[in-house]
Write a protein that binds this ligand. Structure first.
Ligand code: GDP
Ligand code: GDP
Length: 502
């Protein structure tokens, strides 16, 4: 499970700028107006191999009233749910009264917090940092979020102590250790056929992107040991024998609990009652048609006779954690509500995380044909970006359509773990290039040479070529869609990555 990091601080200290840097998205408006970017935003951070969930909170002044008080309350809730708080201050402003107020709150609740003095570019960083020790929260990290200075050191400082609790926070970044093939003796070799040398952590990477550690263990993207080098044929991991982790997610009141109960009511529940805090989902092993599943229940199964039902069931962080941890996500939507940005954000998050997805439009009972047609038109309009996912119209309440969901779940999982050989991928690449040439870059054509599988769950395809840095995004998208269509991939995002051939 990934740790959660909340960015807090006054408006305008640079929280969104850091958020964007960590998540590498550019969709947040960054501008010189105090308080412009105030909505809570959630993103997957992947920075120098550190992976975590980052929450950008509305700014806190410390003297909020009315609507501002509501936003401050949201920030406080985000702080509550976070493992680590990055408390951002503006290195150019010095300490303000609001900073003192936030620091006092953080000291009071005893949350792991790091003071981050932003905007140290162009000023005396040490002098600026020195000011903020007065906040009483220890070490002050100087960064320039806009330029990236100090960010890696900051992440090292706050994550290295967490590595034991959250080993998946740091994925080793492949340095020299990347293999593209296995030779006749079973050695991992690079594109030239030379033996691959371990990187600085002693790891090498097999052609599927799995780590092979110093003892020859083959470790997949989720940290499971899946074999021993030299003894495992890469085509023999039996994904069908692993339990399929299935998360049921969606906004409050769309019918997640009803659907979960419906699914569990029909099937044998192996273990039912598991403890969970507000932040944690409940993991329920179950069996269906002879296959093992682990249902990740974000809604909280209603337990009769329990009083903890009043605890707020919905938590964005819980939902994001569940998505991260799942193989397949059932995104539940309410047919009686218009498609909301929150629905789309959850789906977008799942796709970014590389999760397979099935969309369940719930409460389909009792609607007129006209209403149904109108809903379908709206879904077509808004779900274009995920047109490879199956959409089911169900009634969790009455059970209609629920069984069919599982067909699509299995189909998506099969797509995500399907094996495709280098020869076939290269043939598809050649066909794509024949149909539509890559663009010229200063008179020379970007040359794409071959493609191979880089991993499964989600499927990664690695394309090797020359000048691939110059490929425009439109062409990358074209290739991705071409691969998707040619491989008939349903329900799972695929990632296409580009490597410069030497
Ligand atoms: P937020 O309200 O805390 O989310 O702050 P923003 O990220 O919107 O940033 C507020 C302003 O500070 C924007 O004009 C940014 O361009 C600017 N800013 C952010 N980071 C830096 C930095 O590292 N150096 C400088 N000089 N300006 C920055
Ligand atoms: P959650 O917050 O997503 O877990 O949603 P719940 O499962 O608690 O459902 C919210 C409300 O929607 C409850 O009143 C349910 O009875 C109702 N509901 C759930 N599924 C259906 C359905 O298929 N049809 C109808 N008509 N109502 C439903």
């Amino acid at each position: 499970m990934l740790p959660v990091v909340a960015l807090v601080g006054r408006p305008n200290v640079g929280k969104s700028t850091l958020f964007n840097r960590l998540t590498r998205t550019r969709d947040a408006l960054v501008a010189d107006f105090p308080g412009l970017t105030r909505d809570r935003k959630y993103g997957q951070a992947n920075y120098d191999g550190y992976q975590f969930i980052v929450v950008d909170t509305a700014g806190v002044h410390g003297d909020e009233e009315g609507i501002d008080a509501e936003m401050a309350a949201q920030s406080l809730r985000a702080i509550d749910e976070a493992d680590v708080v990055l408390f951002m201050v503006d290195a150019r402003d010095g300490i303000t009264a609001a900073d003192m107020g936030i620091a006092a709150h953080l000291r009071r609740i005893g949350k792991q917090a790091y003071v981050v003095a932003n905007k140290i570019d162009g000023i005396d960083a040490n002098a600026a940092r020195a000011d903020f020790y007065e906040l009483g929260l220890g070490e002050v990290h100087g960064i320039a979020a806009a330029h990236g200075r100090g960010v890696e050191a900051l992440l090292q400082g706050c994550f290295d102590p967490l590595l034991e609790a959250y080993p998946e926070v740091k994925i080793p970044v492949a340095a020299s250790g990347e293999a593209v093939d296995i030779d006749a003796e079973g050695n991992l070799v690079d594109a030239e056929g030379a033996l691959v040398e371990p990187d600085e952590d002693g790891n090498i990477y097999d052609p599927e992107g799995n780590i092979v550690d110093a003892d020859g263990h083959i470790i997949d993207h989720e940290g499971n040991i899946i074999g021993q080098l030299g003894t495992r044929d890469h085509d023999e991991i039996d994904y069908d024998a692993l339990p399929l982790k299935l998360a049921i997610v969606g906004r409050p009141n769309v019918g997640k609990s009803t659907l979960t109960n419906r699914i569990l009511g029909e099937e044998r529940v192996v273990v039912y009652d598991m403890p969970g805090t507000t932040r944690d989902s409940v993991y329920i092993p179950m069996e269906r048609d002879g296959r093992q599943y682990i249902l990740i229940d974000t809604a909280g199964v209603r337990r009769r006779g329990r009083i903890d039902e009043t605890v707020e069931k919905f938590s964005v962080i819980k939902t994001l954690q569940a998505i991260e941890d799942a193989n397949v996500v059932i995104a539940v939507m309410d047919a009686r509500e218009t498609v909301s940005d929150q629905d789309l954000n959850l789906i977008g998050f799942a796709l970014n995380a590389g999760r397979s997805i099935v969309i369940a439009v719930n409460k389909w009972d009792g609607l007129s044909n006209d209403q149904r047609e109108e809903i379908k038109r709206e879904l077509d309009r808004r779900l274009g970006f995920v047109d490879f996912a199956r959409v089911h119209f169900i009634s969790a309440l009455h059970g209609s359509g629920v069984g069919n969901l599982f067909e699509s779940v299995l189909e998506a999982y099969a797509s995500a773990s399907a094996r495709v050989g280098t020869a076939k991928l290269t043939r598809i690449l050649e066909a794509a290039v024949d149909d539509h040439q890559p663009p010229l870059v200063s008179g020379r054509r970007v040359k794409l040479k071959y493609a191979h599988a880089g991993g499964y769950n989600p499927p990664r395809i690695i394309v090797h070529g020359n000048q691939v840095d110059h490929l425009p995004n439109s062409y990358k998208r074209y290739l991705m869609n071409y691969f998707r269509k040619s491989l008939a991939v349903m329900g799972t995002p695929i990632k296409v990555e580009f490597k410069e051939s030497v």
